[in-house]
Design a protein around this ligand. Sequence first.
Ligand code: SF4
Length: 284
Amino acid sequence: MTQKQISKYNSKIPPTWCKGCGNFGIFTALKAAFAKLGFSPDDVCLTYDVGCSSNMADFLNTYGFHSLHGRTISTAIGLHLAHHQFPVIAIGGDGGIYGEGVEHLIEAARGNFDITAIVHNNFLYSLTTGQKSPTAQKGSKTKSTPFGTLEVPFEGLKTAIIHDPSFVARGYALEAAHLTNLIVKGVKTKGFSLIDVLQPCVTFNKKQTPDWFKKRVYKLKKDGYPKKEALKILSQDPEKLAIGILYRSDRKAYHEHLPQLKDKPLIKQSIEKIDIGKLIEEFI
Ligand code: SF4
């Protein structure tokens, strides 16, 4: 993939992330995935949370909606149901998607809505300068936990897998080519796709550095595993971080159950024959 092929997805604003931030790798992988999928900048819509990850709203030249904190997935589901033939990708961090927005993650997996969620997982709230997030390891010392985090980390991938969505994977921000393929496969999959991306925050996370990840990250060999095995891979030694496709299911996507959407998306349907008069009368 050449620089020229992916530069059309750059907005006029250059990224403002810190030098060496893992967000650059995810940004590159996303653009390369769009090029591989044959998307023009107006063929895809991204929704954004609040955080360093979601500052990407300013840097990427596609349709986009910068939502509230924790609301990137719910916004993506709304957009998707209005136009289910249009690809929608929800961007957010571990704080927004596994913390404030965790209920929406569970709903997306339960309903198997045909969207892709990409979690920039750096174990911290970095935009607010380094407080522990839901994925912070037990004992980790952060600005908000100077004596060590007391809780065990939230397991986003396991939570998704037990609710049986179509696609669950983990990537690593500094393995951009590998991540590109995960994004391509996730977007192509019908149903909910969750891609958790391990991401160094070089400014505030002095433990999970690129060197730390290098010793722990390894690639899975298969294109998905049975549920029990996928959960086992995620329950192994925490010093081993598997990346690749963990789980796939062939469950129908939410909109495929709805006869109203069989012929065309909601936004392409005529509202002329819809009479909401009776409904309004109930409120008068
Ligand atoms: Fe990246 Fe961390 Fe800087 Fe945010 S604070 S831009 S996550 S390195």
